[in-house]
Design a protein around this ligand. Structure first.
Ligand SMILES: C[S@@+](CC[C@H](N)C(=O)[O-])C[C@H]1O[C@@H](n2cnc3c(N)ncnc32)[C@H](O)[C@@H]1O
Length: 215
């Protein structure tokens, strides 16, 4: 992530939740995670690149505690407000954290989840290793992200985008294994609809996958 990305997400934070599609996506991904992870309600979770916290808020009844982290101060501010508004301050928190450049917390977590954030991170192998270091033995990482978009259509509107144009599923699974995760699975996780860049190009549908690995 570059300083431009920080600015982009800081600017977007205050109106992020005004888009009903984003709230609906968080709900849909929450169901995908429920189905895949068989949560017990006792888990401590860290969310990476959690934005305004909608995914974790949608899973509030399924786990014991969540720390929503994001590199963007603007996003973290909105996530804190959302946590307060949902009266979840006793179990939820929001922290500004970029695991690539900041020191990871000492605390260990039962699980880490993340939605549509990893494609913004250039040093993804470093991030995955750091996430693994945050997990208790047997803890899980659940990544929901964009399928391979090699034409770059998803980010065509986005000036100076320097992340990944989605991920090939097999290559992503291999990255997880290389970073020390085992029992890696990759399954469908729905899709994102988005306006395409340029004039009159209409909307596009972009597939998402869920990758789960164990520490
Ligand atoms: C497309 S948004 C997704 C936000 C949220 N997960 C959602 O689905 O609504 C990507 C998020 O990842 C965050 N992000 C990008 N690079 C990051 C990094 N290196 N560490 C933490 N967060 C990062 C951005 O600030 C932004 O909030």
């Amino acid at each position: 992530m570059t300083s431009n990305d920080h600015g982009h997400f800081d600017d977007a934070a205050s109106t992020w939740d005004d888009d009903p599609a984003k709230i609906e996506r968080a709900r849909a991904t929450a169901q995908v995670l429920r189905d895949a992870l068989h949560l017990k309600g006792t888990e401590s979770v860290l969310e990476v690149g959690g934005g305004t916290g909608q995914l974790s808020l949608a899973l509030a009844d399924d786990v014991a505690s969540v720390i929503v982290t994001d590199a963007s101060a603007g996003m973290v501010e909105v996530a804190r407000r959302n946590i307060d508004a949902a009266a979840l301050g006793d179990r939820f928190g929001a922290e500004q954290l970029d695991l690539v450049s900041n020191t990871p917390p000492r605390e260990k977590f039962d699980g880490v989840w993340t939605q549509l954030a990893l494609h913004h991170v250039q040093e993804i192998d470093k991030l995955l290793e750091r996430i693994r270091g945050l997990l208790v033995p047997g803890g899980w990482l659940a990544v929901v992200d964009l399928d391979d978009d090699r034409e770059g259509a998803f980010h065509a509107h986005y000036d100076d985008f320097d992340g990944h144009h989605g991920f090939d599923r097999d290559a992503f699974a291999e990255r997880l294994r290389r970073s020390g995760f085992h029992d890696v699975t990759v399954t469908d996780a729905g899709s994102v609809e988005k306006e395409l860049g340029g004039d009159d190009q209409g909307r596009g549908t972009f597939g998402m996958f869920l990758a789960v690995g164990r520490a």
